[in-house]
Design a protein around this ligand. Structure first.
Ligand SMILES: CC(C)(COP(=O)(O)OP(=O)(O)OC[C@H]1O[C@@H](n2cnc3c(N)ncnc32)[C@H](O)[C@@H]1OP(=O)(O)O)[C@@H](O)C(=O)NCCC(=O)NCCS
Length: 145
């Protein structure tokens, strides 16, 4: 399994994974958000993709925050429902954190923020801490460097 940067031809497949995990509407939204990675944005979203032998199993996105250039957000961590619980999500998040930590200079990361309904996944493996409840099962989590 390799974790690599997004290619344009991945977009439709990745949005299909989101449709399967959430809904058709979320799938359509994610398609536009992933496409933004190739547009000329001052702060573009970036995505890593889990692939083996040409087959795509999942992906994860991250972006620098407009709130503060040293804060980054992780989002759309999605593994195809048929391939969950095989460590793919963990590999993706590990690589995203590595990428964010490798940023040097003015944009060096001080913190990662994310929201999730699966806090255990992020706290046990990566040390994220719950900052606040956002209602229902959703929480805001942070990882401070
Ligand atoms: C959340 C999500 C990304 C996790 O991806 P994943 O590939 O299933 O994650 P992992 O396999 O690394 O870990 C998930 C669980 O499988 C277990 N696991 C990993 N490898 C395993 C293996 N070989 N055998 C048995 N269990 C295993 C892990 O221990 C972990 O257990 P836990 O949930 O009790 O902590 C995935 O479930 C998903 O896409 N869900 C839908 C979208 C979503 O909710 N995204 C999160 C938004 S923040």
């Amino acid at each position: 399994m390799k974790i690599r940067d997004l290619k344009k031809e991945d977009i439709l497949l990745l949005s299909k994974i989101v449709s399967l995990n959430y809904s058709k509407k979320y799938g359509e939204n994610s398609k536009k958000e992933i496409e933004a990675s190739f547009e000329n944005k001052i702060i573009p979203p970036k995505y890593l993709v889990a692939e083996e032998k040409g087959k795509i199993f999942g992906f994860a996105g991250y972006i620098q925050s407009w709130m503060d250039y040293s804060v980054y957000n992780i989002f759309w961590v999605n593994v195809h429902p048929d391939y969950q619980k095989q460590n793919i999500g963990s590999k993706l998040v590990k690589e995203v954190i590595k990428k964010i930590k490798s940023i040097k200079g003015d944009y060096k990361a001080k913190m990662i923020l994310l929201t999730t309904t699966k806090p255990k996944f992020y706290s046990e493996r990566f040390g994220f801490e719950i900052m606040s409840s956002l209602g229902k099962d959703e929480v805001l989590m942070s990882l401070k460097f």
